[in-house]
Design a protein around this ligand. Structure first.
Ligand SMILES: *[C@@H]1O[C@H](CO)[C@@H](O)[C@H](O)[C@H]1NC(C)=O
Ligand SMILES: *[C@@H]1O[C@H](CO)[C@@H](O)[C@H](O)[C@H]1NC(C)=O
Length: 184
């Protein structure tokens, strides 16, 4: 499989997750504290919309955090991998109007969760202690790759338990041309 080859430098992560096709967009996160990706593919079945989301993250065995959150942020990553430049969580439906009372209920994601609050809706990243990888997949009806409220050109940010931004990466549409550059 082509993509599998492309991400072969990601050996550990790639064996955890096989990609179905090159269709979609990916955010690749590379920092000392965390390495991984979030892969978005539009759901095109009739009667449903949104994206299928696959992710895998690796943290060093020496990391002393047990869980991490991750979100789609409003803006792309700044120069020199500046995660602060990504702004806040992507919230096009303006669900989070009062920061101190915001509470994402995964049972009612569209009305209570920021579109970008992926860990709020689908669970935090909890690396396994014997193998410091967190991986999984889910469908999110409110994440769109095109049209109004598109996540194109935005970014994904990983936070530690203290809320520090420990890694970030731009959401890039995958094409046959850039396939070779998408590596960890
Ligand atoms: C471990 O956690 C402490 C307290 O949060 C932090 O100061 C320290 O940098 C962490 N060490 C590593 C290796 O992440
Ligand atoms: C990172 O981006 C923020 C927000 O745009 C900016 O205020 C800050 O100066 C930048 N930091 C560096 C080191 O460039």
């Amino acid at each position: 499989m082509k993509l599998f080859t492309v991400l072969s430098s990601l050996a550990l992560l790639a064996t955890t997750y096989a990609f179905p096709s090159i269709d979609g967009s990916v955010a690749i996160i590379k920092s000392d504290a965390v390495q991984g990706f979030v892969w978005f593919t539009s759901v095109k079945k009739c009667g449903s919309s949104g994206s299928s989301v696959r992710y895998a993250f690796h943290v060093p065995a020496t990391a002393n955090q047990t869980e991490y959150t991750y979100h789609i942020h409003e803006f792309p990553v700044g120069e020199n991998n500046n995660c602060t430049a990504t702004g806040g969580h992507y919230d096009p439906l303006k669900v989070n109007v009062q920061k101190d009372t915001y509470k994402c209920d995964p049972a009612q994601p569209t009305t209570t969760c920021e579109v970008g609050d992926l860990s709020g809706k689908h669970g935090k990243l909890v690396p396994k202690s014997d193998k410091p990888i967190a991986a999984g997949e889910y469908t999110d009806a409110d994440v769109h790759l095109t049209g109004d409220n598109s996540i194109a050109g935005r970014s994904v940010v990983v936070h530690n338990a203290a809320g520090d931004r420990i890694g970030c990466g731009n959401i890039v549409q995958v094409t046959p041309q850039n396939l070779g550059e998408l590596k960890l």
